[in-house]
Design a protein around this ligand. Structure first.
Ligand code: AMP
Ligand code: GLY
Length: 424
């Protein structure tokens, strides 16, 4: 089969890498791809938002399946568009992708169906929002309604921070129109966990849990990023809690989407807070996580293409979905300045010094320029170590990370530390 993946990040590199192992895949395309994906797939210079360009190319090349990686094209309805051309597409339609595209929609849905999450109010008026802050006080969480590359959420520890966040989102429009409405919600205390699941209507097939590290600096300091590193499994969160989250959050949400006439088909990603009173929802995403995918797919023993096809055939419940007991740790190597502004085009050296079998290197923001791999994004590479346990996987990921160099390279040095020394 000819398969085309849409996207250009580390998540898409991991998807392409996993699909490349399927014996049924005869040809892989990626639009637009990156420097690492180009080693496994033919990259075509078409933007993720250029639906007409993607559709034309897929028809011309007789692509059998299109897989959508990122949130923006999903929220804008790429699946509906490509299906309209008669193409087979893996990913949620626009009305289902709204679970990620609008936090207000998501919060209303969870409230309506009694699915555990933080108490909240939504506002489209700055004065009302400010008054609400005045009556509730910090710690409190302020979220831009729409998509903001993972950065539209501010966890305010003080009232000043909360007011500044509101101003940044609603008045300064730091995230553009995504900040026309805000959700202000209760601060939840606990450990975070990411739980991805293959979902088709009422059928939910969970993947293994993982944990992300959003703040840019060690000890969870500094501004939030798209994610600075991940690990899987999450050994200090017991399986009963994972099962509870599936039973009380993921399955009821899939069922609620069916009830609402928006059946979800694709990867549903639950961002969870494991609080003292059990798992509660932080957010839903309508796609694979980045960098969660980089630790989850290396543990998948089954054929990813078969899972996509089973889902598209209404056979997801019977699909063979097995994960290995190995641990995986992903360390993100980021550009200097990220998540603020950062330079591009810095030469990357040492990629060939990572011995095959020691670590997987998923490219996130790279491109090949005059035969050299250079930086082209905030998150540049995701280096994944595998091992019998988290400590072994972490050591491999960091050993490989040290071999790779570019000017100003930044990574957190404490990825997976929570799994090794649980603090509470
Ligand atoms: P989101 O984009 O909604 O996942 O939010 C980004 C990050 O902000 C999450 O991963 C959490 O670390 C934090 N966060 C969001 N909502 C809350 C909340 N209600 N309580 C505590 N932390 C939160
Ligand atoms: N790592 C979080 C996300 O993909 O949104």
């Amino acid at each position: 089969m000819k398969v085309m993946v849409i996207g250009r990040g580390g998540r898409e590199h991991a998807i392409v890498w996993k699909l490349s192992q399927s014996l049924k895949v005869s040809k892989l395309y990626c639009a637009p791809g990156n420097g690492g994906i180009a080693q496994l797939a033919e990259c075509v210079e078409i933007d993720e938002q250029d639906f007409a360009g993607i559709g034309r190319f897929a028809k011309e090349q007789a692509v059998d399946l299109v897989v959508i990686g990122p949130d923006d094209p999903l929220a804008a309805g790429i699946v509906d568009y490509l299906e309209g051309l008669g193409l087979l597409v893996y990913g949620p339609r626009k009305n289902a992708a709204e679970i990620e595209g609008s936090k207000v929609f998501m919060k209303h849905l969870l409230k309506k169906y009694n699915i555990p999450t933080a108490a909240y109010e939504s506002f489209d008026n700055y004065e009302d929002a400010l008054a609400y802050l005045g009556s509730h006080g910090a710690p409190i969480v302020i979220k831009a309604d729409g998509l903001a590359a993972g950065k539209g959420v501010i966890v305010a520890r003080t009232n000043e921070e909360a007011e500044k966040a509101l101003q940044t989102i609603m008045l300064d429009k730091a995230f553009g129109a995504s900040g026309n409405r805000v959700v202000i919600e209760e601060f939840m205390e606990g450990q975070e966990m990411s739980l991805l699941a293959f979902v088709d209507g009422n059928t939910v097939r969970p993947m293994v849990p993982s944990q992300d590290h959003k703040p840019v600096f060690d000890n969870d300091e500094g501004p939030n990023t798209g994610g600075m590193g991940t690990y899987s499994p999450v050994p200090h969160i017991p399986q009963e809690i994972v099962d509870e989250a599936i039973r009380t959050i993921v399955v009821p949400t899939a069922e609620a989407m069916v009830q609402e006439g928006r059946p979800f088909r694709g990867v549903l990603f639950a961002g969870l807070m494991i609080t003292a009173s059990g798992p509660r929802t932080v957010e839903f995403n309508a796609r694979f996580g980045d960098p969660e995918t980089q630790v989850v797919l290396p543990r998948l023993e089954s054929d990813l293409l078969d899972i996509f096809l089973a889902s598209l055939d209404g056979r997801l419940a019977e699909a063979d979905i097995r994960f290995s007991g190995d641990a995986a740790v992903c360390v993100i190597l980021a550009s200097p300045g990220y998540p603020g502004s950062y330079p591009k085009g810095l030469p990357i050296t040492g990629l060939e010094d990572v011995p095959e079998g020691d670590a997987l290197v998923f490219h996130a923001g790279t491109r090949v320029s005059e035969g050299r791999t250079v930086t082209a994004g905030g998150r540049v590479l995701g280096v994944v170590g595998m091992g019998a346990d988290i400590a072994a996987a972490r050591d491999r990921a960091y050993a490989a990370s040290e071999r790779i160099r570019f000017e100003g390279k930044h990574c957190r040095t404490d990825i997976a530390a929570k799994a090794l020394a649980p603090r509470s």
